[in-house]
Design a protein around this ligand. Structure first.
Ligand code: NAD
Length: 483
């Protein structure tokens, strides 16, 4: 076992196991090798995790924010110090190339810890003058939060959720995706080493049922999910029964609009980043690339040239630019979408199938002449498959870009600044880029509209989602009662 952790769960400051839980095999998708064997959380393990979080939270909320911040900053430092070994584990867990995991996954998690550590001590309420009387507000922690992660950025997701939660005085029970359970355990270890009191960040493993047990528990004040729309619907509905706070980071089918006057090189580069990074398994990917007819030929030519040069291979080799998909199941799903696109009449520009015989590798694939009705223009593929659609006018492109139930992200490429802002203003999406794509610095709120989600992660906006207001009216004189 290349990556067997000490035990399956991390609760109240220590590793915990209960072999009565169903087995979860962790598979390195580049070779199919089993690299760890864990157990799902049993009812007893879930109870232990929630009870310990509830126990630890009150004292943590009463801790000075600067002290909380110091611990989170220390955790960020430990992550940066150990980034090479953490990146290697992330690569084994996900199959993503180490070239990416060294710079994108844990480093962006460390950024979140630093950012919310910096922000927390200055979060306060306001005083509201009311003549003789006055009111004030207190921004308080919510309590025990549940975080549920997807498999595409497992450690980043664990950090993006726990950083604001802990900075603002909450405890978190985190359930990673059963496909990528390893990184969150390392984060739990690092928090303890950084001085976080036991119980404030507990990790329990399991599939959907473990997630729903957590979401339904009366001690839970908030649920933050990163996952698909169908899971989001279920988790949102379950959380509603307890009127819990929610953040839903769900799927997308985001548009990139490339106008005739755009830099072809930049637009091609961004479209590639927004379709091929992490082998296309990024929620905010711009998987519908609308290209204005005047530059379609030039765009496709450069896209094909640059895509053909992408290096697939051993994810642990720093020269490798694209690894396998996360699992055999994801491979089958993506190959199915490629075959459907061919059958529905899209023009295959490059790629179009599995790469090699071993592992879940798919060739970076580009389809042109895609129409709005085709399946690859409507459904989230979550693999390295780009759909290029062409358009004539701005109004037409905006209307077609918006004709989706999703609203996670959008991008526009143009040299005309007025048009750039006008188009962004008209696009229905929570996270947008102008002449850039898929950059998600922690300082910028991130999240979706429409079916892509509610709430925001990162930025000052996240404070709203991990705290609540208490309003206090202060009477300064005699009570004026009519009785
Ligand atoms: P998924 O919905 O299958 O699973 C997400 C998590 O939810 C997993 O931990 C899973 O065990 C858990 N889960 C499943 N059913 C549950 C239930 N009934 N109750 C509670 N928890 C349950 O998603 P995935 O396949 O792991 O990830 C891919 C999806 O995530 C894509 O749709 C992608 O767009 C989305 N995603 C969104 C963002 C974002 O920030 N918007 C980021 C990454 C991924």
């Amino acid at each position: 076992m290349m990556a067997q952790p000490k035990a399956s769960h991390f609760i109240d400051g220590v590793y915990v196991d209960d072999t009565a839980g169903a087995v979860i095999e962790v598979i390195y998708p580049a070779t199919g090798a089993v690299i760890a064997r864990l157990h799902e959380a049993t009812a007893a393990v879930i109870e232990q995790a929630l009870a310990s979080a509830a126990r630890a939270q009150a004292a943590w909320a009463a801790t000075r924010p600067v002290e909380r911040a110091r611990i989170l900053r220390r955790a960020a430092d430990l992550i940066r110090l150990r980034n090479p070994e953490l990146a290697r584990l992330e690569t084994l867990d996900t199959g993503k190339p180490i070239q990416e995991t060294l710079v994108a996954d844990w480093p962006s998690g460390a950024d979140a810890l630093e950012y919310f550590a910096g922000l927390a001590p200055s979060v306060g309420g306001e005083t509201i003058p009311l003549g003789r009387d006055f009111a004030y507000t207190i921004r308080e922690a919510l309590g025990v939060c549940v975080g549920i992660g997807a498999w595409n950025y497992p450690s980043q997701i664990a950090c993006w959720k726990s950083a604001p939660a802990l900075a603002l005085g909450n405890a978190m029970v985190f359930k990673p995706s059963e496909v990528t359970p390893l990184g969150a355990l390392k984060l739990a270890e690092i928090f303890i080493e950084a001085g976080l009191p036991a119980g404030l960040f507990n990790v329990v493993q399991g599939r959907g049922a473990v997630g729903s047990t957590l979401v339904s528990d009366a001690r839970v004040a908030k649920v933050s999910l990163t996952g698909s729309v169908s899971t989001g619907r279920k988790v949102y509905a379950l959380a509603a029964q307890g009127v819990r706070h929610v953040t839903m980071e769900l799927g997308g089918k985001s548009p990139i609009l490339v106008f005739d006057d755009a830099s072809v090189e930049d637009a091609v580069g961004a479209a590639m980043l927004g379709n091929f990074y992490s082998a296309g398994q990024v929620c905010s990917n711009g998987t519908r690339v609308f290209v204005q007819k005047g530059i379609k030929a030039k765009f496709l030519k450069r896209l094909a040239e640059r895509t053909a040069a992408i290096r697939l291979g051993d994810p642990l080799d720093e020269a490798t630019q694209m690894g396998p998909l996360v699992s055999g199941a994801q491979l089958a799903k993506v190959l199915g979408y490629i075959e459907t696109a061919k059958a529905e009449g899209a023009t295959l520009i490059c790629g179009g199938g599995q790469a090699g015989v071993e592992g879940a590798f798919v060739l970076p694939t580009v389809f042109a002449d895609v129409t709005d009705a085709m399946t690859i223009a409507r459904e989230e593929v979550f693999g390295p498959v780009m759909a290029v659609l062409d358009f004539d006018s701005e109004d037409e492109a905006v209307a077609r870009a918006n004709a989706t139930e999703f609203g996670l992200a959008a991008g526009v490429f143009t040299a005309d600044i007025t048009r750039a802002h006008r188009v962004i203003g008209a696009l229905q999406a929570g996270t947008c880029w102008i002449n850039a794509y898929n950059l998600t610095p922690v300082e910028m709120p991130f999240g979706g509209s429409k079916l892509s989600g509610v709430g925001r992660e990162n930025g000052h906006a996240a404070v709203e989602h991990y705290s609540q207001l208490k309003s206090v009216y202060v009477g300064m004189g005699p009570v004026d009662a009519p009785y």
